[in-house]
Design a protein around this ligand. Structure first.
Ligand code: MTE
Length: 314
């Protein structure tokens, strides 16, 4: 699919609803144009993002379920660095400075170093991926992300044979992240994946949603999205990626190990110690629905866990 298409190439189904279009314009006017897109040629960032966003390929890995309304995707969030209430991140995340941004690559790889966000994004072609996100709290959304496979990023740093896991860290700066002034979690937020989970084609590095750059409350400028795991695995505002031999200890494992394990796969048969995980409420729906194994991605990912007891490895 070419990056730049003529209007006759654009299908009616791709035409953006008015409300989303207005939001998109708001982002661009606010100077939050997709930073990677700005690298594609000598265009101004607003021009570049307009062109690139039109040319985004929709990944066949996308679900065709109804998408959660933009106002809920960006107004009902978990991002404890900005408070523990669902509306806190949208209210407080404006203090996060997403530019300049850099990501440090460490550990078992041939090319460690600190890379600017532009260096991280430059070689990658963004695509749209519409994924279900299922929070451990029992609600779910369908979100049109923009991003590229984490596998493509990982390969660039040439992990060694000792790299069995990948660990991710969010920015730690209580001055920018007001929620970090309280010991709600042990900061920084840390998450991890086994190498084969990280390399799975569904695992996405996201830089945008709904056709525009990631809003700060959704983890700008770059976050992970792992659609078959509970939402807390999808770590936001990443500043560090470390290749390690030992299984990482995530922020949630450290906080309450009896409730949160390393794998965190969506499994309706394994209840959270304090509530069932068998159903969920899709934000915007009135009735609850049954939670699906691996959040509905079992065909693609169940083979990663062959032979493992998923009650023990929760
Ligand atoms: N990443 C960081 N750094 N801090 C957080 O508190 N919350 C997680 C995850 N990533 C969180 C985070 C949880 S619990 C969920 S459900 C998702 O982000 C929510 O993502 P969303 O707000 O974009 O829907």
């Amino acid at each position: 699919m070419p990056l730049i298409r003529t209007t006759s190439d654009i299908q009616p189904s791709e035409i953006t609803p008015e409300s989303v279009y207005r939001e998109r314009r708001r982002f661009m006017q606010a100077g939050l144009a997709l930073s990677g897109a700005a690298l594609l040629g000598g265009m101004s960032s607003a021009q570049a993002s307009t062109v690139t966003l039109k040319g985004l390929t929709r990944s066949p890995l996308s679900t065709d379920e109804a998408q959660t309304e933009y106002k809920d995707v960006t107004g009902y969030n978990n991002f404890y660095e900005f408070g523990t209430g669902k509306e806190d991140p949208a209210a407080n995340a404006h203090t996060l400075r997403t530019s300049p941004w850099s990501v440090t690559i460490e550990g078992e790889c041939a090319k460690p170093g600190t890379y600017t966000l532009e260096d991280i994004l430059k070689p990658h072609a963004f695509e749209e991926r519409i994924y279900r996100l299922r929070c451990v709290e029992g609600w779910s959304m369908v979100i049109p992300w923009i991003g590229f496979p984490l596998a493509d990023l990982i390969k660039r740093f040439e992990p060694t044979g000792n790299a069995r896991f990948v660990e991710f860290e969010t920015l730690h700066d209580p001055e920018q992240m007001s929620g970090q002034r309280w010991p709600v979690l042990q900061w920084p937020y840390v998450e991890g994946l086994r190498m084969d989970e990280a390399m799975h084609p569904l695992t996405l590095m996201a830089v945008g949603l709904y056709g525009a750059a990631l809003p700060k409350q959704n983890g700008a400028p770059i976050r992970l999205v792992v659609p078959w795991k509970y939402g807390f695995k999808s770590i936001k505002s990443i500043v560090k990626i470390r290749f390690v031999e030992q299984q990482p200890v995530s922020a949630w494992m450290r906080a309450t190990p009896e409730e949160y394990g390393f794998y965190s796969n969506v499994n309706p048969e394994v209840a959270h110690p304090r509530w069932s995980q068998s159903t969920e409420r899709r934000i915007g729906d009135f009735l609850k629905r049954k939670t699906l194994m691996f959040n509905g991605y079992a065909d693609q990912v169940a083979s990663l866990y062959t032979g493992m007891d998923l009650r023990k490895n929760y």
